[in-house]
Ligand binder design. Structure first.
Ligand code: IVH
Length: 681
């Protein structure tokens, strides 16, 4: 080997160790020490060395996690030691009976156990030879499963090489592959955005991801392995189970943080109670507690039935799914005007709690799941507290059950119900009047950047609303000293100050006033642009969608939202009421503003082609499109060699990969903002 090759080999080896170390910090310990960029730099350096010296590449290099192409089918993978199942217990008496049996069989007064959460995923068997991952299989029939080695290699919490200088010559490591809840939510959000069907639950997502014939698909899925034991081993490991788990953690695996040493049946029941209490806050789904005799020597003595070992027990948690009947689907109007279809259910016990309502999220969800009044449905309580309808038991649909429709009028205030073009939600357009939106509207109206009424906090607003002293924002300007003094904890001085603040807020600006109205899609910036463009309120009130779309950065969705808001008679009454109450501002002067507006629209992005992908936090799709188009740019749907910029938000998907491979400039949100700012100047 030439000296330079030796140097390259040494550097590659050092990089591999370093990368695996950081992998472990990030994917197993959830405690990274370096930034993603730094990590990418290390990986990039290793890739470069391996590209130059292909002889140095080994299957266990971190660059080789996704190496293989798609399979046509899975090969078989047999286990050295069978993968057994667990006996189940539901009642406490079954647990005390299990403990009694073991005490008798082992001739001891009390048994020491390992308590573990029973993770709800898919079990895998990993075979390591001389510390290297050589094979991975699903459980299958317990003796033979499917060979999913290529897929398992893509899971970053699984070490390709055990982190120990003296690994066993051959050992089977076993655990449960899951998708953690936050990863699951992100995964499903990204799928919805790409118009793909979301997964029903993390378990299905994990199972589907692991059984992909193309490992490149698996690599895109956020799978995590929690190890819970070993199978066959050529070398003897710790004498007790908890000791084995410690060894596994030392080798670089993730062991669940709720594994505990427990003594006796009472300890087991207490552990079970604590798991139930902790369940909602866990980042992964569990469906039980697993109790294992800690002393592994005792395992051989106790033996197994055909299905399950006698030294372990799965103690189930109360199911979090149950079936019940939808008595009605009720459109529920939230504080911001969003209308959520809610299923009113026949009372049912789910996971130890009585459930009588479940969310259906939005109309698309109602249609996707095809939930109808009278249907029998499966409901689930997941980590959060709002139960949801999972699916319909279609075989039990009553004759004549009709598809559900969103009402055209708000069930609370009768205003128009609208769905803006790029939103999943339906909204009540009567924001200034609708009783359901009162609190939200008032809090926003008085906020610092809106009417800036000092001393009117949320608690006080709640009191004013509850005592019906205030129904709409106009009522704020009708409040008397006597009204205020009738409230809890309101002294003379506070009342005087508050009345003065309310009075002072009357002198405002058109931009603040527009912002304060709380029109959906109209933030501070848009409010200012509208004020400058139209100069006076009547012109804006009369503007149709076409006129609004002439305003820089106002796209069709924003235009729709504004016109629908202003055409609600109730909103107009409130606006008139505010003007009658004496709210006023100086006209910003239409002439100058108009010219300035046109300057902003100077076609500085003339001839440039953009593609938008992923979610931007500061712009809706339409706003981003409008911002580009108003500056002379063009937005297209797919990335090609003629694309000048890809604007990539969160979860950008495949467009980003394509842009990268074509060498198209990729802008993140900050970059996009900067480009727009320059183009405006
Ligand atoms: S021990 C012989 N421990 O539950 C012991 N299993 O119902 C076999 N599971 O196939 C497994 N969490 O997929 C064990 N902490 C845990 C577990 C666990 C989840 C799954 C595993 C197994 C199934 C048995």
């Amino acid at each position: 080997m030439a000296p330079s090759d030796t140097a390259a080999a040494e550097r590659a080896e050092a990089l591999r160790r370093e990368i695996e170390y950081h992998n472990h910090r990030y994917y197993v310990l959830d405690d990274p020490e370096i930034s993603d960029a730094e990590y990418d730099r290390l990986l990039g350096e290793l890739e470069a060395i391996e590209a130059e010296h292909p002889g140095l590449v080994t299957p266990w290099s971190p660059t080789q996690r996704v190496g293989a192409g798609p399979l046509s089918e899975f090969a078989e993978s047999s286990h050295d030691e069978p993968m057994l199942s667990l006996a189940n217990a539901f009642a406490e008496s079954e647990v005390t009976e299990f403990d009694r049996r073991l005490r008798t069989a082992l001739g001891v007064e009390s048994v020491v156990y390992a308590g573990e959460p029973k993770l709800d995923g898919l079990s895998v068997n990993l075979r390591y030879e001389d510390g290297r991952l050589v094979a991975a299989g699903t459980r299958g029939d317990g003796q033979v499963g499917e060979d999913i080695t290529a897929n398992v290699r893509t899971i970053r919490s699984i070490p390709l090489m055990l982190q120990t200088p003296r690994p066993p010559q051959r050992v089977e490591v076993r655990g449960e592959v899951v998708i953690r809840r936050r990863d699951f939510e992100r995964l499903n959000a990204a799928r919805l955005k790409r118009d793909e069907k979301p997964f029903a639950n993390p378990r299905n997502a994990a199972a589907g991801s692991l059984r992909q014939l193309d490992p490149r698909v698996t690599a895109q899925r956020p799978l995590t392995l929690f190890v819970f034991g070993i199978g066959a081993s050529s070398d003897s490991l710790a004498a007790d189970h908890l000791g084995v788990l410690e060894e596994l953690a030392d080798w670089g695996f993730r062991v669940n943080e709720r594994v505990e040493r427990i003594v006796g049946a009472e300890g087991l029941l207490d552990y079970h109670d604590r798991l139930i209490a902790a369940r909602d806050g866990l980042d992964y789904e569990i469906d039980g507690a697993v109790y294992k005799v800690n002393d592994r020597q005792a395992w051989a003595r106790l033996g197994a039935t055909a299905r399950a070992p006698r030294w372990a027990l799965a103690h189930k948690l109360p199911a979090r799914e149950a079936t019940t009947v939808v008595e009605a689907i009720i459109p529920s109007v939230g504080r911001t005007g969003v209308i959520t279809p809610v299923a009113a259910l026949q009372d049912v016990e789910v996971g130890g709690v009585t459930v009588s309502r479940a969310t259906l999220h939005n109309l698309d969800e109602v249609h996707r799941k095809d939930v109808r009044e009278g249907d029998t449905v499966m409901v689930r309580r997941a980590g959060d507290v709002i139960p949801e309808v999972v699916s319909v038991v279609t075989g039990r649909r009553p004759a004549g059950a009709a598809p559900w429709a969103m009402p055209a009028q708000c069930p609370v205030c009768g205003s128009e119900v609208t769905r803006l073009d790029d939103e999943a939600a339906h909204r009540c357009m009567g924001g200034l009047f609708c009783p359901a939106q009162r609190m939200g509207a008032l809090i926003h109206f008085v906020s610092r950047r809106a009417m800036d009424i000092d001393g009117l906090g949320e608690k006080l607003i709640a009191q004013l609303v509850e005592t019906e002293r205030v129904k709409t924002v106009v009522d704020l300007y009708r409040l008397t000293r006597a009204d205020l003094l009738g409230l809890e904890r309101m002294g003379e001085k506070s009342a005087t100050n508050l009345l003065a603040a309310i009075e002072a807020s009357k002198a405002t600006t058109l931009a603040r006033f527009l912002y304060a109205l709380g029109i959906n899609q109209v933030g501070e910036v848009t409010a200012r642009t509208l004020a400058t463009h139209f100069g006076a309120l009547p012109a804006l009130l009369e503007a149709d969608e076409a006129a609004l779309e002439e305003v820089p950065d106002v796209g069709p969705v924003v235009a729709q939202s504004i016109t629908r808001f202003f055409r609600q008679p109730h909103n107009r009454e409130v606006i008139d009421g505010l003007l009658d109450a004496g709210l006023h501002w100086d006209d910003p002067g239409r002439e100058g503003a108009g010219r300035q507006g046109e300057a902003a629209a100077a076609p500085a992005l003339d001839g440039l082609t953009f593609v938008l992908t992923g979610a931007l936090s500061g712009y809706t799709r339409d706003e981003a499109r409008a911002a580009i188009e108003s500056r002379g740019g063009r937005v297209t749907g797919s990335v090609s060699s003629r694309t000048d910029y890809l604007v990539a938000g969160d979860d950008p998907g495949s467009k980003r990969d394509r842009a990268e491979s074509l060498g198209v400039t990729i802008l993140d949100e900050a970059g996009f903002r900067a480009l727009l700012a320059k183009a405006t100047a």
